[in-house]
Design a binder for this molecule. Sequence first.
Ligand code: SF4
Length: 924
Amino acid sequence: MATKRDSIVGCSSIKMSRRTFSKLTAIGTAAALGGIRLSKYDHTIDKLIEQASATASSGVNHIKTVCSHCALGCGLLGKVENGVLTGIEPWEDHPINAGSLCSKGAAIREIVNSETRLKYPMKKSGGKWHRISWEEALDEIAAKMKDIKATDGPDSIFYMGSAKMTNEECYLFRKFAAFNGTNNVDHQARICHSTTVAGMANTWSFGAMTNSWNDMRHSKLIFFCGENAAESHPVAMQHILEAKARGAKFIVADPRFTKSAALADQYVRFRPGTDIPFIWGICNEIVKNNWHDTDFIEKRTYGFDQWWDVVKDYTPEVVEDITWVKADTIRKLAYEWAHTSPACICWAMGATQHTVGTNNIRSFACLELLTGNVGKSGGGCNAFRGHDNVQGATDMCVLSHWLPSYYGLTEGSWKHWVGVWNKHAPITYDDMKDRFAEHNGKSLMHVKGLTVSRWYEGVLDSSVAQPNPVKMVFVWGHSLNSITEMKQMKEAMEKVDLIVGIDPHATIASSLADRPDGIIVLPASTVFEKDGSVTNSARQVQWRNALVEPLYESRSDYWIMKELATRLGFGGHFTYNSPEDVLKEINLGANVIMMRESPDRIKRQQEHSSDFSIEDCQAKTGPCKGEYWGLPWPCWNNEHPGTPILYRNDIPIAEGGSEFRTRFRGKDSTAGNPVSDDGISMLGAGYAHPEGYDEMNADGTPGSGWKYETDADFSGLIAENRCPSGAGRARFRAWNLPDPIPVHREPIETPRPDLIAKYPTYDDVDDHYRVKCLYKTIQDERKNLVDRYPIILSSGRQVEHMGGGAETRSCKYLVELQPENYVEINPELASEIGARHWDYVWVETLRGRIKVRAYVTERVNRETAFVPYHWAGWMEGKSYEDRYPSGTAEIALGDSVNIICVDGYDRTTNMQETKACLCKIYKV
Ligand code: SF4
């Protein structure tokens, strides 16, 4: 008898009709469905089956794939009947989720088959939307790009990319911007975890989660600070609750009593924007009691004494005054941290989205160094990232300050990648350089570009540090409502010559700007309509199989890029036979990460998922025996199992051991002798090499060749138990950052004006990613704002929605669970303003006001309010539904909290502040 397992297909045996990469957008299905017009609320599945393309393969398949709604990377089986996605079923032996899915994962069928998807290219002209062909759309877009490049220069086009693309598409998107001659390219990571990357990378070399979801099963202390996994990463809770069942203590520190806090052993409420003094208070008490790990600090870290000079002032009493946390609670937390090991700290955007976001993350990393918890199972820093492939998109560097795999914008980095690209089609470094403009006598090839968080300033700010302002913007898989200062963004969108929105949904790229023309929207296929690799937050690379052919006239992001590249004269650089071929090119050049996660290896793992243990994600038997799931980077050669725990140097490199990179080099460093800016050796104790060693060339000589040699063979180094990136020291003191040691700085809009003098924000910056950024000026101007706006406003997630919400607010089941946006307010405040539960209220800040329901709850205290950020489609209480192309508005619309969030940005990465500004709330 056939079992369900018999019908499950992985990547090497998919029975559905396979495509070549360049034909990903076959339109057989679309042609057959073209006449369908269903009501928004209709159940479409039966009709889709009925009218499925005759060319679709027959029968029922269960196809292994990866969820698209958070960076956990849960596996699932797509049930496909006659080419139509008819159900989602559990992939029971997937090592991360073991078959579990949250409400969003379970809703993928509806999300793919959504009737509100954008079905064909549309253009707005004369105040109306018109259907146009792909040829017309692409020709017009390419012609406009050529015009703008010729008249204003290549930097007058901004390329907003997406973590919803596969690794291969992200890599090509960064390459696409390069071939268009600009670094004005960025994506969601800028506004969700850029401060995580900067904070961790500047402490100990890599900017990613050090351990994994599964590894938390081995923790004895799990400490959340600005993370609410029960809503944002629900299936991760199964590992946390397992650890708790085994005796771990689970503590949640958050300004709001979250659903995660409800499951914790202890909840600690602290004031938004005071993470650093809160953590420093714990550290202060640990050091004063000599509870810190002196051996670890001595052998593997740098700058402890200078760090203590700062942290010694953050006594529990000082911290109590700043944070709302009692001094006694701080002392007890310090005791827990010092006497419970292994201990991990976890966070998400609650910690990252601040003017001091990078410093927040640095403080978490220092706590782990202080207690010697990093580099061990159950310990580490676990950043819970957002989009399914935001780690991969970050690794591929859809970012304005890096080239793929974290290579900078230096001549050496460009030469490295041009060398890789030249293997695919001829291109020289000089050819590439000629594509870029100059500004103030310097090639913009080497200058950081604009960011997603403030791209609109590149339109509005006439002093933008490039030849001309931005005239055209690609909104390519990005939800604009996740960006703050939405009114300025709206103004910018009304000023540019052309907006190009590319997404499975029309999104507010189509509706936000008040203009009669100059908008083209293109239907991208969903992530379940294309093959490719994705990297979850734990650095695990998985192969996502397409479930169905692209619906309607949608096309893959790759196809759209290739068509534009062809029209712009460099199509040869974007013509590949398959996503596998693109991944092989990535493997060739991305030495810092993604070196040996080849398509063959990650597909083989998918076939043999039942061989991997849920305890440590290692294959215990079968052809992958010894490998870790997803070959978490770094993965040094074809035999390497991946590195599941970063910086663990009690096991050989060949078995997944790891070292702190010798990445930080003061100016007096020489090859083999890296020193800090104050002349201290940066070599730290390594596995089998207690004296440490510098980074190396593949032949073992000191040098940074390991980064630049393509297809390098590191087998000799691995056999000697040497990490090609060296064995160095992690930094308590990061001399290159604005705050080498984090200090408390009051939020720009603070309820404690009395603390500003002692803990001021930063000085203003004239050129922060090409635009001016105000700190001190606006903090001083708003010093007494609390008198008029007495409530601290924060934002965050709902379990039913994702990101900007275009997909999930188009799903009737998820909308039924969360139909409207709201503000959580305390009963005391509700009573004061005369609002009852679910009344409409206005939440107003200096930026404007939003109309939302009052959610009366003690989750927040009297001083704080909370609004979910997934909402869009209204502007200050006015619906914009009639501005979308007909039938494409999401089922549920609402005001976005980012209309009113503060205009503050992280001093290092330009991450926007969304967790601490001042508002007032009153009844509508
Ligand atoms: S949204 Fe996240 S937790 Fe939920 S099923 Fe998808 S990957 Fe898993």
